[in-house]
Design a protein around this ligand. Structure first.
Ligand code: BES
Ligand code: MN
Ligand code: MN
Length: 462
């Protein structure tokens, strides 16, 4: 472990500079204007993997953005770790809320990151966390301590639903065969409270369109006499939760697993301050489903949220108008056993059924994925736990996260292997928000911890 720390210390400035270079390229998968930047980033990841010691690296074409595959096979009889990550990033808008441009990385100190954090879109999600694995490989090859085989699969469509990944898995089962999948694309409880993510929520994402009259109307001449699509949509959306903030879609909770009192008590042991939580968000109260704590609401319970809503006049001043159409984008976070396609259908049926006369409703499913839970008894979990114990001096806490990485359940289905989620970000790192950042300390700690995972995984697999 001493030589790992030494290597990281000696090379940390370069590790940071290299990440900064990657962060300068706006690899925004959602916006086709950035297509060339996304493709360039795939090429850059290929070069970095070669430099870090992979023997074979390929940029694999798909229907969408390419998947970068790399490998270093040292002995077919040893275990194989498959690292997954993504090189695409979320769009940076709203741009005016960034304190520095999203693709001009800067290092600044914050209260939670006294040693500095790198501010840029993708710093934490996921270029920074993905690159920890590339540097961990460099460290292991350069210091001659890679104990097993390693494969990399770094995709460019995670933020838009990983559409090409399913086919890629099906077509490359042999190539991707592995003993464990390792991902750093989640978070940890706090800098001094290491945790391993043992669950992810599923997702169903839909867009709805409500159409009233065939054109925008004068709100005086017609107001009160025809259905206003925006009024109607607001009412319909409001009715999706009852007074206890339960979701009202029939059948929605049918498959939700109820945790035992013991499991909930175990969860409640994780350190959490409601006061700090509220303070960090400038809110005077939390809000959510009756009967559940904040940490339960954002991990083991399903949700329904409007992500965007639009229609009518939103320009300067006032325009008296009844819009012809109103729209909303809605996400449902799901828990294990809820099937995302089934939930999408339940939503569609219900939403169509609650439309009043005088409007037409269209529900367009976007994308989705299944949730995931993994036991803490697996060899992979135990190896990760020992690795954190060495570098943080504490046993990590298992924690179910509210976010989604839909491909994790796909991996289990197609490749029959368990995923270990070693996240080093903090919830306050502002992923998907303006001023996303990743602590330099976290980044380097990740590079230090990952080689120990390989070591313990290989030892415990014997
Ligand atoms: N890395 C995140 C997911 C995440 C973040 C999980 C923090 C747990 C903790 C990932 O890039 C992401 O943003 N996923 C999307 C879903 C995807 C289908 C677009 C999400 O959770 O909204
Ligand atoms: Mn991510
Ligand atoms: Mn993301």
């Amino acid at each position: 472990m001493q030589d790992i720390k030494k290597y990281v210390d000696q090379h940390k400035d370069r590790f940071i500079d290299e990440l900064i270079e990657l962060l300068k390229v706006p690899s925004i998968s959602a916006d086709s204007a950035y297509k060339q930047d996304v493709l360039n980033t795939a090429e850059a990841v290929k070069t970095r993997l070669e430099e870090a010691g992979c023997d074979l690296v390929e940029v694999c074409e798909t229907k969408g953005y390419p998947i970068v595959y790399g490998e270093k096979i040292i002995d077919k009889n040893l275990p194989t770790v498959l690292v997954y990550g993504h090189y695409d990033v979320q769009p940076p808008d709203p741009l005016d809320l960034w304190n520095s441009p999203p693709f001009e990385p800067v290092i600044k100190k914050t209260d939670l990151h006294p040693e500095g954090a790198i501010f840029a879109r993708g710093a934490c999600d996921d270029k920074g966390q993905m690159y920890m694995h590339v540097k961990a490989l460099e460290l292991m090859t350069k210091t001659d301590q890679l104990p097993c085989n390693v494969k990399f699969m770094i995709e460019g469509e995670e933020e838009v639903g990983s559409e090409s990944l399913g086919d890629f898995l099906k077509e490359n089962r042999e190539k991707l065969s592995n003993d464990v999948i390792l991902i750093s694309d989640t978070g940890m409880i706090a800098i001094d409270v290491p945790s391993i993510t043992t669950g992810l929520r599923g997702l169903s994402y839909v867009e709805v369109e409500v159409t009233g009259p065939n054109r925008d109307l004068h709100s005086g001449l017609y107001g009160g006499a025809v259905a206003n699509p925006i009024n109607v949509l607001s009412k319909m959306i409001a009715s999706l939760h009852d007074e206890n903030n339960h979701i009202t879609i029939p059948g929605f909770y049918d498959k939700v697993e109820n945790l035992s009192a013991e499991e909930r008590a175990e969860m409640a042991k994780a350190p959490f301050s409601l006061e700090n939580y509220k303070k960090a968000l400038d809110i005077d109260a939390v809000y959510g489903e009756a009967g559940y704590s904040t940490n339960e609401r954002n991990s083991i319970r399903p949700t329904l949220d409007v992500n965007g809503i639009w229609g009518g006049y939103i320009g300067e001043g006032a325009k008296t108008v009844i819009a012809s159409k109103a729209y909303a984008k809605i996400s449902m976070r799901l828990v294990p056993n809820q099937d995302w396609e089934e939930i999408t259908q339940l939503f569609k049926k219900h939403f169509e059924s609650i439309a009043p006369e005088g409007v037409k409703v269209l529900v367009k499913p976007h994308h989705g994925g299944q949730g995931y839970v993994t036991p803490i008894t697996s060899v992979g979990y135990q190896a990760a736990s020992k690795a954190y114990a060495d570098t943080f001096g504490k046993t990590p806490i298992p924690q179910r996260s509210g976010g989604s990485i839909p491909i994790v359940s796909l991996f289990e289905q197609e490749l029959k292997s368990k995923t270990i989620l070693m996240g080093f970000g903090l919830d306050s790192d502002a992923i998907h928000s303006p001023n996303e950042h990743f602590g330099v300390w976290n980044y380097l700690k990740g590079i230090e911890t990952i080689p120990l995972f390989y070591k313990y995984f290989t030892e415990l697999s014997k």
